[in-house]
Design a binder for this molecule. Sequence first.
Ligand code: GCB
Length: 596
Amino acid sequence: MLYPSFSKSRSVYDLSGLWQFKLGDHNPQEILPNEEVMVVPSSFNDVVVDKDKRNYIGDFWYERTLEIPKVAENEELVLRFGSVTHHAKVYVNGQLLGQHKGGFTPFEIVVPDQLVNESSLRLSVCANNILDYSTLPVGNYSEEIDDDGQVRKVVKENFDFFNYAGIHRPVKLVVRPKNHIREIVITSQLSDDLSSADLHIAVETSQAVDSYRFTIMDEDGKVLAESDSSDIHLDQIRLWEVLDAYLYTARIETYKNGQLLDVYEEPFGLRKIAVQNGQFLMNNKPVYFKGFGKHEDTFINGRGLNEAANLMDLNLMKEMGANSFRTSHYPYSEEMMRLADRMGILVIDEIPAVGLFQNFTASLDLDGKDNGTWQKMETKEAHELAIQELVARDKNHPSVVMWVVANEPASHEQGAHEYFEPLVKLYKDLDPQKRPVTLVNILMATPDKDLAMDLVDVICLNRYYGWYIDHGDLKKGEKGLRQELLQWQEKFPEKPIIMTEYGADTLPGLHSSWDIPYTEEFQSAFYEMTHGVFDEIPNLVGEQVWNFADFETNLMILRVQGNHKGLFSRNRQPKQVVKDFRKRWQAIPNYHYKKK
Ligand code: GCB
């Protein structure tokens, strides 16, 4: 799906700001009362202040009226949502125009011509934050009867982050030609010496066109090539490299009867990815991933788009020598993906496939028994949709170097292989760049028990030796970690390994002479131990700390106002260990760290 950029043929209006708001039922035929307002984009939860409202589960409504801009006869008016979490129904003047399942991907709705002729529109959105065994993420849904006899809907998260909800990303009003460019897929074949590229730009239009015009520009806007053909050769190219991004722009014009119909500009980068011999190659060089699992999570905004926080996070990462992050545990905003493209940050791109683990809250019993997960989950349809929508949205981003099929599913339980095989294949079939696919493996699914890692290209592991296993005992933790990494390496010698999570909750300002868990000293000792082991394992080609910053979670005995495994506090102040990381990561080159 195209990002809502404007051009000569397209106007884009931003509908951010205050909307009317209501938790609970509403009849969209009627005007939503003026009693409460909400900011779009944001999560409603931390803005409403009232405790019951913060935890509200069910339908909730947003409404605003808008003047309709000029729309010519050959144009259409489109409502374009960056994301509504987790489900949305969109009404205009009380009429249901469309709906969307899934809280982290964009969707658009064309406003019918007869409504466009009205002078103003009343736009209502019914959002819903229920999660159950058929949704991604997976939630435990139940209904309870309150003392006053009212049914109360409850979702217990099957995952470790707060179930923020709302219109999380921008809403735009787009005026575009009826005969418009619907899709652009840019693929490139680089020469062996990586000095030139053969581009192919596939364009899908909503109606037939006579011809196309393709223009390729460099970063200064200089025209490098112009052509009527979708196959274009570029000489003396500049590659998109880790932390040294270079973005070209493809301008696509469509014509009918000699008249310009639509114009759209898509940025793209030129780089080559391959996985071979236990290495992750970028432009034929082995990469070492240094970085984080993150969350979209900030004070007040919750999971709502916060572009200043995004930029600060990536600046902090770069300053430490980090070069990558994973969009744990859902697709991040399109704005973040564009920023990563711009800054040369590698992104491991994840769908909201988290919580695919029956009895997750009891999962701290680490024996890895079969809980019957794959008989109970009803997520297949949502899973396919999430993959389709993510690839459709992110396929052209040079920053995206790998897809994640799921985070910590019960891949050691019977049925996991059968469940994931078609989903991995779906990614491969859909992705025009054929990027590697991974599954982020949970600690019970050790090499002797796991049933799914043979399906994927890269072994991504979340491991907590010294924290959830052998808590506080770093000597034992070290032994266990080393042994397991060697087992993975031996089982899949051709597959690179990336540690996608490792970390220890730490309260800044808490100290101890004895490296006691939760202190800053323990956090430093924990990372020193793990890094020592990582450096011994040739196939381990990346380390992504859990987590970049502390973040909000649901209520659990193990959580003290959220998860504190961040290297930064929730308000982005560094913990002591950041200094150690800066030293380590600034010394580790982006390429050729592991000599084999
Ligand atoms: C994990 C999960 C992540 C949690 C983390 C933790 O394995 O993938 O969502 O937040 O552990 O801190 O327990």
